[in-house]
Design a protein around this ligand. Structure first.
Ligand SMILES: NC(=O)c1ccc[n+]([C@@H]2O[C@H](COP(=O)([O-])OP(=O)(O)OC[C@H]3O[C@@H](n4cnc5c(N)ncnc54)[C@H](O)[C@@H]3O)[C@@H](O)[C@H]2O)c1
Ligand SMILES: [Zn+2]
Ligand SMILES: [Zn+2]
Length: 344
């Protein structure tokens, strides 16, 4: 008899329906994951509100997952049924130019779990086994489910080549901005400044590692100048997604500084970056998107060794049956940086 599972299907923007579906059976090269905990991220909220991946509906979102390996398809080696695991959400073809360079989002065949393929707001999830990262038994599922968002900031820091004694400004202290701050602290960046319109979010970022927080935009420039002896920051990370903040970021970094383009804007937004200024000041701008491959491995390692304060990310939890309520109320609790769905 076919086993069944519950899956939360986003049938239309704003509407989840719990459906009973057959538990998938792993084929060659596949792993079946029994999902235990899944985070709701900004991208999920965009999908929920019909602002992103609307073509994928109806679909099961969810990509920030922790779980256990429930079954392995024929020929899969190196993984053990029963082990805790997290999953790299980025499915590339595995052999093209971009996949070999770990630039999977540029792969012409790229799909993403929970965005263009059914995701983890379901009791079971079928994935390519090569995307499964086994995790230690001792680490709580709530912490493991943060691997994907941490991988995003790991990738951004890697692309920015930021390190010891460099200064940084993180614009935006939302969930991801908070993780940027924590990682910069781990990397020996000093001083770290953070700005957000919400004094509570600023205070939370200061509590986990920022040296100075600014919630009044009128005071930001002076704060950056003061903290960097008038030079501007070595690195500015835009972690909000507003074109005006990108423009401001260019003026808050030092000559020869680096802008990490991270917050997602609309498709037509452009940077007001002078060519001659770029040449003469050796300015650099680098985008980074998602976290994949080594980024996931590094994020998992750091989380497993307690390098991140995850308390504000793991408090708010709802059972799968209340996923609608979890999404409806997600933006209303500023003290919680994340809401997670817990499977029975
Ligand atoms: N590039 C990537 O890999 C990647 C990965 C994850 C998220 N993102 C993007 O990063 C951004 C941040 O993600 P998040 O989940 O923290 O978003 P969020 O929307 O939850 O948080 C954004 C924060 O920015 C603050 N903010 C708004 N206007 C501001 C302003 N003028 N100055 C300073 N702060 C301001 C808000 O108060 C909020 O705390 C989003 O655009 C998201 O889409 C990118
Ligand atoms: Zn996410
Ligand atoms: Zn590829």
């Amino acid at each position: 008899m076919t086993k069944t599972m519950q899956a939360a299907v986003l049938t239309a923007p704003g509407h989840f329906t719990l459906q009973t579906r057959p538990v998938p059976v792993p084929g060659p090269g596949e792993a079946l994951i029994r999902v235990t905990r899944v985070g709701i991220c900004g991208t999920d909220l965009h999908i929920f509100h019909g602002r992103y991946a609307a073509d994928s509906l109806p679909m099961v979102p969810g990509h920030e997952l922790a779980g256990r390996i429930a079954a392995l398809g024929p020929g899969v080696t190196g993984l053990e049924v029963g082990a805790k695991a997290v999953v790299d959400m980025n499915i590339g073809c595995g052999h093209c130019y971009w996949c070999r360079r770990n630039e999977i989002l540029n792969c012409p065949q790229m799909r993403q779990i929970g965005i263009t393929a059914d995701g983890a707001f379901a009791e079971y999830l079928l994935v390519p086994a090569r995307l499964v990262l086994p995790a230690p038994e001792r680490v709580p599922d709530a912490v493991l489910a943060l691997t994907e968002p941490v991988a995003c900031v790991v990738r951004a820091a890697r692309k920015a080549q930021v390190g010891l004694g460099q200064s940084a400004l993180v614009i935006g202290a939302g969930p991801v901005g908070n993780l940027h701050v924590q990682l910069l602290r781990l990397l020996g960046v000093a001083p770290i400044l953070v700005s957000d319109l919400s004094p509570d979010r600023v205070a939370m970022a200061v509590a986990v590692g920022a040296d100075r927080g600014i919630s009044n935009p009128a005071l930001l420039r002076a704060a950056v100048q003061e903290a960097t002896e008038g030079r501007g920051a070595d690195l500015v990370i835009e972690s909000v997604g507003h074109p005006a903040l990108y423009a401001e970021a260019l003026t808050l970094m030092r000559r020869g500084g680096h802008l990490a383009a991270f917050g997602l804007t609309g498709p037509d937004a452009v940077l007001p970056l002078g060519i001659l200024d770029t040449i003469l000041h050796e300015t650099s701008v680098k985008g980074s998107v998602a976290g994949m491959g080594q980024d996931m491995h590094d994020a998992l390692t750091l989380l497993c060794h307690g390098r991140f304060d995850t308390s504000a990310f793991t408090r708010a939890a709802y059972p799968l049956e209340q996923i609608q309520q979890a999404f409806d109320s997600s933006p209303d609790r500023p003290a919680d940086l994340k809401t997670q769905i817990v499977m029975a």
